[in-house]
Design a protein around this ligand. Structure first.
Ligand SMILES: *Cc1c(COP(=O)(O)O)cnc(C)c1O
Length: 379
C-alpha cells in the first residue's frame, strides 16, 4: 500500500520546540504565559489592522464567546451561513438560540448577500430581529464582505466572521477576520497553521478582549477569594500550544504560498478536463489562502461523479472529502428556518476537497495527477 496522502496535515516550521522548551525552562506550563502573549502579538501584527486578539482553546470557543459578547441568549435568532462546518452553528445552540440558515452564492460559495437581506426582512416581518450574522470564508475564500456588511449595517446587526479557515486570506487588501464586530480563527491540526488545537477571537477594542479573557478563565471577580458574578468557561489557550503557534507564525506566509500553489496545480491539471471547475478567486479583490483546494464536477459533462473520483483516490490511499454538508440539510438542525435555493445543496452534491497540504512533495502530486488522469480518461 502506498503511503497515505492527507487532505491537510500539520506542517511544523522548525522553531516550535524552542518556544516549548522556553515554556518548560520557565515552568510556564499553564493556560497563560509569555507564549500566549507573544502569539497574540504575532497575530495582531500579521492581521495588519488595529485589533486585539485573545488566544483560546479552540475556534469553536471563540465563536461561543463572540455570541455571548453580542448578547445572544435563550430564544434569540442568529443568522448563519448554511454551507459550513458544524462548529460555525453549534455555539448558537449552546446559547439556547435558534440558527437561521442562509444559502451560498456561486462565486465564493459563501453567504449570499441577497438571500441574507431576504432572510432578515422576513424575520423582521415575523417580529424577530436577528442578534448576529455568522459569515464564513469557506476553504479560505473571502465572502462578499462589502455586500454583507452593507446589509448588516442597514439592519444594525453585528457580524461575526468565521475566519477559521481563512488566516492569511484578504478581501480588498484587508485581512479576513478583521471586518466583523468579531473575527474567529482556528489552529486545529488540519488548518493552515496549527497549535495542535486552538483558536482565537479577534476583537476591535481592549474591553472586548478583556471580556473574552475574563469569560475564558472561569469569570473570576476581582477578589482574593474565588468569587463569581458570571458563568465562566475554561477556554484559554495553554502556553505550550501557544509556543507551537509562535513557531507556526514564522512560516505562515510560506504556508499560504504553498497552499496557493496546490490550487494552481489543480487548475493546470483540470484545465483540459471538461465539466470540472476549481474554486478560484472571482476577481482581484479576493485573495484566498486556499486552505483546501476544492472542485465541483458536473457529472453530465465530465462523465464521472465526485464520489467516483473520491473512491478512485481512496484506492490509492489518497484522502479527499465531499464539501461541507449544508447545515439546513443536517438532521440536528432540521427545524431551523432556511432562506435560499439550492446553491449550497448542489455544491455539496458535486463538490470535492482535494489534498492541499503545504508539505506535499512532487512524488505525491504525481500520484494525485495519475489518479485524476486515469479517472477522467476513460470517458
Ligand atoms: C475548524 C473550523 C471551526 C472550528 O474551529 P476549532 O478550532 O476546530 O474549534 C469553525 N468554523 C469553521 C468553518 C472551521 O473550519
Amino acid at each position: 500500500m502506498n503511503d497515505k496522502i492527507w487532505l491537510s496535515s500539520p506542517h511544523m516550521g522548525g522553531n516550535e520546540l524552542n518556544y516549548i522548551h522556553e515554556a518548560f525552562d520557565a515552568n510556564w506550563v499553564a493556560p497563560l504565559g509569555p507564549n500566549v502573549n507573544g502569539f497574540e502579538e504575532d497575530l495582531e501584527k500579521f492581521l495588519c489592522v488595529d485589533v486585539k486578539v485573545a488566544a483560546l482553546s479552540a475556534g469553536t470557543a471563540a465563536l461561543h464567546l463572540a455570541l455571548i459578547e453580542c448578547g445572544v441568549g435563550y430564544g434569540d435568532e442568529v443568522i448563519c451561513q448554511s454551507m459550513t462546518f458544524s462548529a460555525s452553528a453549534n455555539p448558537i445552540a449552546y446559547q439556547g438560540a435558534i440558527p437561521v440558515f442562509v444559502d451560498s452564492e456561486p462565486d465564493t460559495w459563501n453567504m449570499c448577500p441577497v438571500q441574507l437581506r431576504e432572510a432578515i426582512r422576513d424575520r423582521f416581518s415575523k417580529g424577530k430581529k436577528p442578534k448576529a450574522i455568522i459569515v464564513v470564508h469557506l476553504y479560505g475564500m473571502p465572502a462578499k464582505m462589502d455586500e454583507i456588511l452593507a446589509v448588516a449595517k442597514e439592519f444594525d446587526i453585528p457580524v461575526i466572521e468565521d475566519a477559521a479557515e481563512a488566516l492569511g486570506s484578504s478581501y480588498k487588501g484587508q485581512a479576513c477576520g478583521t471586518f466583523g464586530r468579531f473575527g474567529v480563527l482556528s489552529f486545529n491540526g488540519n488548518k493552515i497553521i496549527t497549535t495542535s488545537g486552538g483558536g482565537a477571537l479577534v476583537c476591535h477594542s481592549q474591553a472586548d478582549k478583556d471580556k473574552a479573557v475574563f469569560l475564558s478563565t472561569q469569570a473570576r471577580d476581582d477578589a482574593p477569594h474565588y468569587q463569581h458574578s458570571h458563568i465562566g468557561y475554561n477556554y484559554r489557550m495553554s502556553n505550550i500550544c501557544a509556543g507551537i503557534g509562535r513557531g507556526q507564525m514564522e512560516v505562515l506566509k510560506d504556508r499560504v504560498e504553498a497552499r496557493r500553489r496546490m490550487t494552481d496545480f489543480y487548475v493546470a491539471l483540470f484545465n483540459d478536463i471538461e465539466g470540472v471547475a476549481v474554486l478560484t478567486e472571482p476577481s482581484a479583490d479576493y485573495y484566498s489562502n486556499h486552505w483546501l483546494a476544492a472542485i465541483t464536477i458536473d457529472p453530465e459533462v465530465a462523465g464521472k461523479t465526485r464520489e467516483e473520483l473520491r473512491l478512485a483516490f481512496l484506492e490509492d490511499n489518497i484522502e479527499s472529502r465531499p464539501l461541507w454538508k449544508p447545515m439546513h440539510l443536517q438532521p440536528v438542525f432540521a427545524d431551523a428556518p432556511y432562506y435560499g435555493g439550492r446553491v449550497a445543496e448542489r455544491l455539496f452534491d458535486n463538490g470535492l476537497c482535494l489534498p492541499s497540504g503545504s508539505n506535499l512533495m512532487d512524488a505525491e502530486r504525481d500520484r494525485i495527477a495519475t489518479v485524476i488522469k486515469k479517472t477522467f480518461s476513460s470517458y
